[in-house]
Design a protein around this ligand. Structure first.
Ligand code: FAD
Length: 530
């Protein structure tokens, strides 16, 4: 074995989970780490891309909650970026939900959220108050369980989960909860309006995951100053400064396992004239590539196959299309402040989801609009994104064609879908279409190509109630010395991936001591930087 190919830890993928774990291992233990990324850019879903040398879009970060200076996620970000990552608060209303004949705007703050809903649905005032209390209750019990479990495996059972009479509903779907809590169906729909953030409508989505998202955003949204690429840029800088190595264009094709113990990885490295295969070795392999890739592609043992079958047996989410738009001017001229706009064809979200392929022949049932340039605070050329759900199967017949060479009929279909999305937004925001100077549509095939995620899934393991019972959603795996980080080892989203990196690093360095140390170092860093 060549010693230059031996590392203290090897991390697969450079998503936020891997970057966070990698930064903590270098900061706290000066470990010699290697991060291997299949794409040409670092960051996973936090990377950005540019067109015409001027228009920039994020691909998987539109808003993040809880980035006020006092919050623990913010303190961890500050610590792993040496304070270099700054956050812009998205102006209120940070979320606007447009339904047929109705518009609801969300302003930052638990009380304002409650009052806004009570103003529209005064007859449901008590149910609204109870809902807000329930989402915080579920999240706090869940958080206590996670922290106890991460510190001392298995101890979470001592902290009885959801022991109140409400428990029946708290374990189920969002729809079951809403039926129990609200009489008014429109109120239930409005409460559920952010379901696009976890990819499944109320009839399938876990109420626990809904609660995590709802409380995460209740105090408003934030966006990284300089755009979402500031996240990988600033964390990578810390990793490199402390001696870590990050290699792009390096796809791990296999995890080397000997006697049920991970010992290294086989990597296909892109070179000028093709690929070369290299082996890297370590007694600590951390995969941030997602459960489907880790267990389904990089491992081949019976237990991994069982895990994949378990994932496949769950109700699945679906793929997305995104229209990336260049604008001739700041959208503020249209009365837009940079907050998110969610457009729904009906109050029935299950129907909106079921009819997700209607963008092909009929009218799109839903669209989410975001404004990266306004939020970043540094872009002078303005951009917008329109996202909608659509099945991979719609595009499957082009899956074997190379990216950007899928043919005219594929491009025609993309253009048709893109125009319908733009028409839908124009119908709610008159004048929007006339500002568009550049347009391009990504499909689930694009997501599959760039992320490696089969079928273009964007959120990993689906957010169904059964998710919380899946034992493999953890930082440890059934293989010794193989750890998981990233959204599939905890919960998805930027905050979920950040904490997955914290917990993975703590697992490797030895918990509970190291977990306490990470949190205390983050707090100390904050005190020092004041
Ligand atoms: C369209 C979209 C919108 C989103 N909006 C938001 C939002 O507004 N707010 C929010 O909080 N979250 C949002 N998310 C979710 C959030 O971006 C993700 O949950 C989070 O970034 C996932 O991080 P991760 O660490 O799991 O890794 P990922 O970002 O999934 O990265 C995994 C990395 O592993 C690499 N990889 C895979 N296989 C291999 C291999 N074999 N070898 C080497 N490398 C490999 C991939 O190329 C990728 O870079 C959004 C996601 C999407 C897609």
């Amino acid at each position: 074995m060549e010693s230059r190919n031996k590392y203290d830890a090897i991390l697969i993928g450079s998503g936020l989970g891997s970057l966070t774990a990698g930064a903590l291992l270098t900061l706290q233990q000066k470990q010699k780490i290697l991060i291997l990324e299949r794409h040409s850019k670092v960051g996973g879903f936090t990377h950005v891309f540019k067109r015409q040398g001027k228009y920039t879009w994020d691909v998987g970060l539109h808003y993040v909650g809880e980035m006020n200076a006092e919050s623990m996620p913010r303190m961890i970000f500050d610590y792993i970026t040496a304070g270099a990552l700054q956050w812009n608060k998205i102006p209120d209303p940070y979320d606007t939900f447009i339904y047929p004949g109705n518009k609801i705007e969300l302003f930052s703050g638990r009380k304002i959220f409650t009052d806004t809903l009570i103003k529209v649905f005064p007859e449901e005032a008590e149910a609204i108050r109870q809902y807000v209390s329930d989402v915080f209750h579920v999240v706090s019990v869940n958080m206590k369980n996670i922290v106890l479990d991460k510190m001392y495996s298995g101890l979470s059972i001592l902290n009885k989960p959801f022991s109140s009479p409400r428990s029946k509903y708290l374990h189920g779907t969002l729809e079951e909860y809403c039926r129990y809590r609200f009489r008014n169906k429109q109120l239930a729909a409005i409460i559920s309006s952010q379901w696009g953030n976890y990819g499944l409508p109320p009839e399938s989505a876990s109420f626990l995951i809904h609660s995590i998202i709802a409380t995460h955003y209740i105090n408003g949204g934030y966006y990284p100053a300089g755009g979402s690429k500031s996240i990988p840029d600033t964390i990578s800088a810390v990793i490199l400064k402390h001696g870590g190595t990050i290699k792009v264009n390096s796809r791990v094709s296999r995890i080397i396992v000997e006697n049920n113990t991970a010992a290294g990885v086989v990597v296909l490295e892109k070179k000028e004239n093709g690929f070369s295969e290299t082996e890297y070795y370590s007694d600590c392999i951390i995969s941030g590539a997602g459960a489907r890739i880790t267990f389904g592609e990089l491992l081949r043992d019976p237990k991994s196959i069982e895990i994949i079958n378990q994932i496949n047996s769950l109700k699945q989410s679906t793929g997305t299309v995104t229209a990336y738009l260049g604008l001739s001017e700041n959208p503020s001229g249209l009365g837009l402040n940079g907050g998110n706009i969610w457009i729904y064809d009906s109050y029935d979200h299950n129907k909106n989801f079921a009819n997700r392929n209607s963008s092909i022949e009929g009218k799109p049932q839903l669209a989410y609009v975001s404004f990266p340039s306004v939020r970043s605070g540094t872009e002078t050329e303005h951009t917008a994104e329109i996202i909608s759900f659509i099945d991979y199967e719609v595009f499957a017949k082009w899956a074997d064609n190379p990216c950007k060479k899928r043919g005219e009929d594929y491009e025609d279909l993309k253009n048709r879908i893109m125009d319908k999305l733009i028409d839908l937004v124009e119908s709610k925001i008159p004048g929007f279409a006339s500002k568009i100077t550049y347009k391009e549509l990504s499909t689930p095939l694009t997501t599959e190509h760039y992320s490696g995620n089969k079928f273009g899934y964007i959120y990993g393991i689906p957010s169904v109630p059964e998710r919380k019972d899946l034992k493999f959603i953890s930082n440890r795996t059934h293989i010794k010395n193989l750890y998981l980080t990233g959204a599939d080892s905890g919960t998805h989203g930027i905050a979920g991936a950040l904490f997955s990196g914290v917990f993975a690093a703590a697992e490797v360095m030895g918990k509970p001591k190291s977990l306490i140390k990470i949190f205390s170092e983050a707090k100390k860093f904050k005190k020092r930087s004041r």
